[in-house]
Structure formats: structure tokens, C-alpha cells
Design a protein around this ligand. Structure first.
Ligand SMILES: [Zn+2]
Ligand SMILES: [Zn+2]
Length: 194
């Protein structure tokens, strides 16, 4: 068991359920300090409370121990080689298959490296009306905002463009699974798994 991987997974699933550390702690009957410690990889939940923790997070104990969601829920296939680009001059967002030479405003662009979703850059995901309803608590203004949310499945890219003052939210069909990407104009590209 890799405690830091398990910790990261606990954090991302908790955020996805829309729970605070305290709320999760109360559900499983531990202190919020314990939850915070697990999430930082500083300790592991004890075996007896694992099933309850997993259930609260909408997963199973085995997945928590492994520290990652089953691979069949991650994007694979050709589209996986898709890269995201954002032009630093005009803010244009572009996608292309790996290896393509992409330019905008007379400048060659470098593919963005996706970072893992964090406390500020994380989703709340709910099922609603046959959709995945994906929402972020993130400011949305000209200097700092989310400019797109995209879902990349094995064979499809769905990209929702967002503008300042809009809500940082998107809907994707419930049957779709893959990687969620979003771009923060200040902090760059992030990735999560749906
Ligand atoms: Zn440009
Ligand atoms: Zn940001």
C-alpha cells in the first residue's frame, strides 16, 4: 500500500462527494485530524474502518488500498494521445494529437502538462437527469478563472468553453467515462478521472 497514493485518492473522492474532512470523519466515526492525516499520506486508515470509509467515498476497500481507480475507467486508445495547448497571447485553446506542430499568433505552442486536481482545483461531481454534472468552486474572472472543462473518453472529446462571470460547470452524458481536464488561466491544466 502506497500511503500517499491512497491519501490522494481519499482526498479526490471526498471532494467529489462534496464532503468536508469533518463531514467524512463524522460519517465513519473518526476525528477530522485523522482524515487530514490520511490525505497527506501521513498514516493509513485502520483495516476495520476501511470498508466503511470506502462506502462513504463511493468505492471499495481494494481500490482505496491500491490508491487508484480501476484502469478501465481511465481513457485509453488513440485519443489518449490528445494534447492541450493554450496560446499565451490570445488565450485560444487548441487540441491536437501528440507530435503535431501547433502554433497560434505566429508562435509555436508547447503541449500543456496536466497536473493532479488539488484543493482549489477540484470537482464536485453529481449525477443529475442522466448526466454527470461537474461543478467547481473556483473564481471566474478575467485574471483568474477556468476557461474550459473537457471530457476525454476513449474515442471522444467533449469540451465546454467557459467565460468570465460564468459558473465553472459542465454537463456530460452519464454513460461517458474518461479523463476530465480543465484549464485555469493562472495555474494551468488539471486532470481528474470521471
Ligand atoms: Zn493566439
Ligand atoms: Zn486557479
Amino acid at each position: 500500500m502506497d500511503q500517499s497514493k491512497t491519501g490522494e485518492l481519499i482526498r479526490s473522492l471526498r471532494q467529489r462527494q462534496g464532503l468536508t474532512q469533518l463531514q467524512l470523519a463524522e460519517i465513519i466515526g473518526v476525528s477530522d485530524k485523522a482524515v487530514s492525516k490520511w490525505e497527506r499520506g501521513g498514516g493509513a486508515p485502520d483495516i476495520a474502518s476501511l470498508p466503511q470509509l470506502a462506502a462513504a467515498l463511493g468505492t471499495d476497500a481494494e481500490t482505496l488500498l491500491r490508491g487508484e481507480l480501476p484502469t478501465d475507467r481511465q481513457a485509453n486508445g488513440n485519443v489518449k494521445k490528445l494534447r492541450f495547448y493554450v496560446c499565451p497571447r490570445c488565450g485560444n485553446g487548441l487540441t491536437a494529437l501528440d507530435g503535431a506542430a501547433v502554433s497560434c499568433c505566429g508562435q509555436r505552442l508547447t503541449a500543456l502538462e496536466a497536473q493532479k486536481a488539488d484543493e482549489v482545483h477540484g470537482f464536485r461531481i453529481e449525477e443529475s437527469d442522466g448526466d454527470w454534472y461537474v461543478r467547481m468552486e473556483h473564481e471566474m474572472n478575467r485574471e483568474h478563472g477556468i476557461s474550459f472543462i473537457a471530457l476525454l473518453t476513449e474515442d471522444m472529446l467533449m469540451l465546454k468553453k467557459l467565460y468570465p462571470q460564468w459558473c465553472a460547470e459542465a454537463r456530460f452524458p452519464r454513460y461517458c467515462h474518461g479523463s476530465l481536464y480543465f484549464y485555469c488561466t493562472k495555474h494551468g491544466l488539471f486532470r481528474d478521472v470521471l
